[in-house]
Design a protein around this ligand. Structure first.
Ligand code: F6R
Length: 612
């Protein structure tokens, strides 16, 4: 839930650390800090509460430089977001940055306090620094790596750790368990980071540490060890992401840039996955027996937040086109009930980050119950991607805005590919049926561009709705799910309460909310439930509600009921939700921007939720 960056090499590293933290701020921004080994052999630290700019201000008032250092941007879990709880934490000669949660920290802290050690923070992390320092105090000949290994035997929980010590000023130790950590390889220099974009400006060669592994980073070499401390060889992978794709490219916010990027990312997600005849989907990269997949009895999809709404759309697509029963579960609920699955079940875990703790735990539970697992992930080599039996990557590229946009639409594309692939294998879709769906999928980028051309219209109505206390979003079928995603988007970035509802359920309760103050977004595209939605719309209008309608181009009817109408291109039902969600994203974005909220980093949220 936090971001870490580390450096050892031949350059002064302050800028590298601060710049890297900037790329990781999406992981948390309650406080930030850096520590650097300076010339006299000591380690100098600066920390600041709040966003990175506070740290930068503090650093530039009294700058310092060195060739080894680490930095951290925090999303608070244990201990309030104050400077004293900001990382790096220090105990004696040991300085550390940590992402994760040390679950048994309370008992360890008690023991350390009883032995006379004093604590400066309320974090779970500080015990880690003390435990390593205690090891080095007990045995001054111990290497920092060995002291770290001894400490790891005592802690329980999740961690990505970068560690330095005044007694070993030329090295960094890195450890990983259930929190992401990559190592970047340069020339006479090494980087450690929670995520690739943090150091992509400096290297393209990466090693993805695995759970239980530790590493020693020195200017002249890198050593990696398994849980037992045996040296292991890891092959670096080249990452071809364009570093500037992680920048805003002239857009006011990352979120807006990512909304506009969707047509290209959708094309990327389709690329190489369609047969030459355009009548089948190629899933050669999915490393699960195709025969097993084709005969699967039941599918369970687990996910959280926006990815959960993608799961619900996925259910519609798979049930309709492959005729397999699909259950969808919020991962945080799934793991605490007794789901019925067996070795004939496929569990699909949908996660942009591939690190969401609940989704990962739900997927692991499904594996334990005998199911095979498939990850639909965006972050390459993330934990879910690595642990699932197979992975279908979305090619959304780095998503920096905390509110998910392009990750969601590419998840829908990946789901559509899976539905077609399964439909073909199970005889539910013939070549012609598959071809029709594939042709329609290929129209998505252009159709989306058309909606994006209307962005100014969304911007122009923002002032009329920004003062609303609450919004209702309505739709039926898959559009009901998009209504839910629209409500989630609006509430998380504009802080306006919003609820998504199945339009047919209106009369069973929420109709009581309607008055002349309540804006109601109704998705009424031309599909098989269009007439039903229009009836619901009339019910709303009859009670004085303020209707914003999202309708199919050329629909002249709904105009009569709505204060504002947005048009989306006339499209096959299969892809309609992928288009209307753009409408929801633009509406939410411009209302939030008009209100002046922190769109890319909304309060209390973090991009990657690696704790329960
Ligand atoms: C909302 C949002 C979150 C994430 C959720 C799951 O805009 O981004 O609701 O969708 O935290 O994250 P992933 O997909 O990384 O598992």
């Amino acid at each position: 839930m936090c971001g870490i960056v580390g450096y050892v090499g031949r350059q002064g590293c302050a800028e590298i650390l601060l710049d890297g933290l900037g790329k990781l701020e999406y992981r948390g921004y309650d406080s930030a800090g850096i520590a650097i080994g300076v010339e006299d052999g000591s380690v100098q630290t600066v920390r600041a509460e709040g966003k990175l700019k506070n740290l930068q201000r503090a650093y530039y008032q009294a700058p310092f430089e060195g060739l080894v250092g680490l930095g951290h941007t925090r999303w608070a879990t244990h201990g309030s977001p104050t400077e004293s709880n900001a990382h790096p934490h220090r105990a004696g000669r040991v300085i550390i940055a940590h992402n994760g949660i040390i679950e048994n920290y309370a008992s360890l802290k008690e023991e350390l306090l009883a032995s006379g050690r004093t604590f400066e923070s309320a974090t779970d992390t500080e015990v880690v620094a003390h435990l390593i320092d205690r090891e080095l105090e007990k045995n001054p000949d111990l290497s920092l790596h060995q002291a770290t290994q001894n400490m790891l035997a005592l802690i329980e929980g999740s961690y990505a750790l970068v560690i330095m010590s005044t007694s070993n000023p030329d090295e960094l130790i890195v450890a990983r368990h259930a929190s992401p950590m990559v190592i970047g390889l340069g020339e006479d220099e090494y980087f450690a980071a929670s995520d690739i974009p943090a150091v992509l400006a400096h290297t393209r060669q990466f090693i993805f540490l695995e759970d239980g592994q530790t590493a020693i980073l020195r200017r002249d070499g890198l050593q990696i060890f398994d849980e037992q401390g045996n040296s292991v060889e890891m092959t670096p992978r080249r990452i071809n992401w364009d570093p500037i794709s992680a920048e805003k490219q002239g857009y006011k916010h990352f979120m807006l840039k990512e909304i506009f990027e969707q047509p290209a990312r959708i094309a990327d997600t389709l690329r190489g996955r369609l047969s030459k005849e355009l009548d089948d989907v190629i899933l050669s990269e999915v490393d699960i027996s195709k025969e097993w997949l084709a005969n699967v009895q039941k599918i369970v999809i687990v996910a959280c937040g926006t990815s959960y709404w993608a799961a619900q759309i996925s259910k519609h697509m798979i049930e309709r086109h492959a005729r397999i029963a699909v259950e969808c579960d919020l991962a945080s609920e799934f793991r605490y009930r007794d789901p019925v699955l067996d070795e004939n079940t496929l569990c699909v875990a949908i996660s942009q980050s591939g690190e969401t703790a609940d989704t990962l735990a739900a997927m692991r539970m499904a594996q334990e119950l005998g199911a095979k697992t498939l990850g639909i992930c965006n972050v390459v080599e993330s934990t879910i991607a690595r642990e699932a039996n197979g992975v279908l990557y979305t090619h959304a590229g780095p998503e920096i805005g905390v509110a998910s946009t392009k990750a969601f639409s590419t998840q829908l594309i990946a789901s559509a590919l899976l539905a077609i692939w399964l439909g073909r294998r199970r005889g539910n879709l013939d070549a012609q049926g598959a071809s029709e769906l594939i042709q329609t999928l290929r129209t998505v980028p252009n159709a989306m561009e058309k909606i994006l051309l209307d962005a100014e219209q969304y911007e122009s109505i923002a002032p009329d709705f920004a003062d609303a206390q609450s919004f209702l979003f309505l739709g039926r079928g898959p559009q009901h799910i998009i209504a839910n995603e629209g409500a989630l988007k609006l509430k998380e970035i504009s802080y306006i309460h919003a609820e998504g509802y199945a339009a047919g359920e209106l009369k069973h309760g929420p109709i009581a909310l309607i008055d002349e103050h309540l804006p109601i977004v109704v998705i009424a595209t031309k599909d098989r439930v269009y007439d039903k939605v229009v009836s619901n719309l009339e019910e709303v209008k009859a009670r004085g509600g303020r209707v914003i309608a999202v309708v199919t181009e050329g629909d002249n009817h709904v105009v009569n009921f709505a204060e504002k109408v947005f048009f989306v291109p006339d499209a096959h039902e299969f892809i309609q939700p992928i288009l209307t969600v753009v409408s929801m994203q633009l509406l939410s974005y411009y209302i939030a921007d008009f209100k002046g909220t922190d769109v890319d980093q909304p309060r209390n949220l973090a991009k990657s939720v690696t704790v329960e």
